[in-house]
Design a protein around this ligand. Structure first.
Ligand SMILES: O=C(O)CCC(=O)C(=O)O
Length: 218
């Protein structure tokens, strides 16, 4: 474990989740995600603009304290915290018919451990990035998907897609880094790491620049 990181006290909740907000300010290891070849370019294509970092969280999800209690209904999907930050009409755009859709808020979920349905794989209602409504309206209409991925995988999804964090019910823990990448006018909230203005990689530097408002130049 990174020495600087070992001094940070994570926040925690009663369901086995611990987290560190904006871990890139504590350990430069977290900047490696942005240096993966094609990562920034992929985010630029999905967001439709040079992306800005809105938030980053490093998460550890341990086995749920009630994993062996059937009354806790942990595998009942309706008990999960289904949500999305934006309705589709707020952030989904298509510049011309036939071109690909963009989402002005995209989450990159980097899983550092193998992730399965029992080990906290994020769940989605497929296709809801273009469907308005609440979880209750959309469940049963939109297909449920829960990608099971190997350690080192990154799943990118729109913040207009209905999704839920899921409990770890097996023995083990899920380690993941969630990074919210957004269009320039509402990203740039996450503090920039020290010395960012001296970085030579302009794509990487731009991720940490202030949000763009009004007449400011792109
Ligand atoms: O931890 C996860 O699997 C997803 C969490 C998430 O996207 C959120 O809380 O907004």
């Amino acid at each position: 474990m990174d020495i600087a990181l070992s001094r940070v006290q994570p926040w925690q909740s009663e369901n086995g989740l611990q987290g560190i907000s904006e871990p890139h300010l504590t350990s430069t290891t977290f900047l490696d995600l942005f240096r993966i070849e094609g990562f920034v370019a992929t985010c630029r294509q999905l967001v439709g603009h040079g992306p800005r970092l809105r938030h980053c969280s490093a998460l550890r999800t341990a086995t749920h304290p009630r994993a062996s209690d059937p009354d806790a209904r942990l595998t009942d999907q309706s008990t999960w915290d289904w949500h999305r930050d934006f309705q589709p009409d707020s952030i989904i755009r298509q510049s011309k018919a036939g071109s690909h859709l963009t989402s002005q808020a995209v989450v990159a979920a980097a899983y550092l451990t193998k992730t399965t349905a029992e080990l906290g794989a994020t769940a989605f209602l497929d296709g809801t990035h273009v469907l308005a409504g609440s979880y209750r309206d959309l469940t049963g209409v939109a297909p449920f998907v829960q990608p099971e991925v190997e350690a080192g995988s990154v799943v990118l999804f729109s913040e207009a897609l209905m999704h839920a964090a899921t409990p770890v019910t097996a023995n083990g823990a899920r380690y993941a880094v969630l990074t919210w990448m957004t269009a320039p006018w509402f990203g740039g909230e996450a503090p920039a790491p020290f010395g960012v203005d001296r970085w030579v990689d302009s794509g990487l530097r731009q991720i940490f620049t202030a949000p763009r408002f009004g007449d400011s130049e792109p």
